[in-house]
Design a protein around this ligand. Structure first.
Ligand code: FEO
Length: 172
């Protein structure tokens, strides 16, 4: 495997691992605030990020490179408000998208069309994740500080997490 591509993919492995930790911290925070639906959503999101990492690890190794398992850095443990937490989530996903785009760019420069093709899955995944984060923030903006609204929001987060888990099951 081309060394530059291998390094870029290892860097992405590290970013996906950090994302998984970050959302795990958000899940834990939401759980301690009694927001069980939001916590469920974040636990599921953390698992998805681990899956994104694993998919890269396997690809690098199968293509003759060597995937490096990154060290764990401690994410924040307090997120102030649900709104703030989702703002951070969206900001984080935007940096991940940028980094995916950089990997795609390197693939094109190095004429590695196999990895380029593999990375397209991540490109669409990022589009979906950004859109979901934006729609959740829109809901939160509508709710404002209403307590009853937050209760309904939390229930809806549970539904969103369940329906995305079912969609993934049906897609194999
Ligand atoms: Fe794997 Fe949310 O980026």
């Amino acid at each position: 495997m081309n060394k530059q591509i291998e390094a870029a993919l290892n860097d992405q492995i590290s970013k996906e691992a950090s994302s998984s930790q970050y959302y795990l911290a958000m899940a834990s925070w939401a759980e301690t605030k009694g927001l069980s639906g939001t916590a469920f959503f974040m636990y599921a999101h953390s698992d998805e990020e681990r899956f994104h990492m694993l998919k890269l690890v396997k690809f690098v190794n199968e293509r003759g490179g060597r995937a490096i398992v990154p060290s764990i850095t401690q994410p924040p443990s307090d997120f102030d408000t649900v709104q703030r937490m989702f703002e951070l989530l969206l900001a984080h996903e935007l940096t991940v998208t940028q980094s995916i785009n950089e990997v795609v760019d390197i693939c094109l420069k190095e004429k590695d069309y196999t990895t380029h093709n593999f990375m397209q899955w991540y490109v669409s995944e990022q589009m979906e994740e950004e859109a979901l984060a934006r729609s959740i923030l829109d809901k939160l903006n509508l709710i404002g500080n209403e307590k009853g609204g937050m209760y309904l929001f939390d229930r809806e987060m549970l539904e969103i997490a369940n329906s995305s888990a079912n969609a993934q099951k049906n897609n194999g």
